[in-house]
Design a protein around this ligand. Structure first.
Ligand code: TYD
Length: 205
């Protein structure tokens, strides 16, 4: 099973990824957690370039290609071999992030971004994608709790950017059957319960 988590920065994905990992390991499952960008030695190097605030001159085209390069390595080195062995793969962000952030957020041709993503992921299509949806005002509230120096290059972007990214996720939620949208303002436990229910449904199917 291949599960991905998506959402705006500060939506609480990483906490839910950890809880889901615990759920599977407590049942004796073999789980591999990955985070995007990153997850392989090459991809982690690309991550450093992408998130380094000193790289403020990075073009949006370079950004898209680097995210995609990092992902391609992850698909070939970790995701596909893992799935072939029967490992449950959970990814904190995947190709939908590029559609939402680079396509909608950065306004790069959606058709091109989507084509590039299907080229990059090939057969590694998630079985289910949990989209933790939070309103923009919640991003601002959660962001203000983090000091400026702790924000990475992309998290420091303006709020109208986040509005477009959220529109991108809503577009995907409407288009993709694998999308499961969850209200990200619910409590950690409530969200976890919804996720477990969905996963159990999927296991039975
Ligand atoms: P990260 O620190 O992993 O943020 P988060 O914990 O919120 O996932 O940094 C990832 C940043 O990169 C985040 O702001 C989203 C952005 N991003 C893209 O713009 N495109 C992508 O394809 C991916 C995977 C991430």
């Amino acid at each position: 099973m291949f599960i991905t988590f998506e959402g705006l920065d500060f939506c609480g994905k990483s906490t839910q990824v950890q809880l889901l990992e615990k759920y599977f390991t407590s049942k004796g499952g073999n789980v591999k957690i990955i985070r995007e960008p990153g997850g392989t030695p090459i991809s982690e190097k690309i991550r450093d370039i992408l998130l380094d605030k000193k790289n403020s001159e990075m073009s949006i085209e370079t950004e898209l290609i680097l995210f995609s390069a990092s992902r391609s390595q992850l698909v070939n080195e970790i995701i596909l071999p893992g799935l072939r062995k029967g490992t449950i793969v959970i990814s904190d962000r995947f190709h939908d992030s590029s559609i939402a952030y680079q396509g909608f957020g950065r306004k790069i041709s959606l058709h091109f971004v989507e084509e590039l993503q299907s080229f990059v992921i090939g057969k590694a299509i998630p079985d289910i994608t949990f989209f933790l949806d939070i309103p923009i005002k919640e991003v601002i509230a959660r962001k203000s709790k983090v000091s400026k120096v702790d924000l990475d290059r992309i998290e420091s972007s303006k709020m109208d950017f986040y509005k477009r990214v959220r529109d991108g996720y809503l577009y995907l939620a409407d288009k993709e059957k694998r999308f499961c949208t969850i209200d990200g303002t619910l409590s950690i436990e409530e969200i976890h319960k919804i996720i477990i229910n969905k996963v159990e449904e999927l296991e039975k199917a």
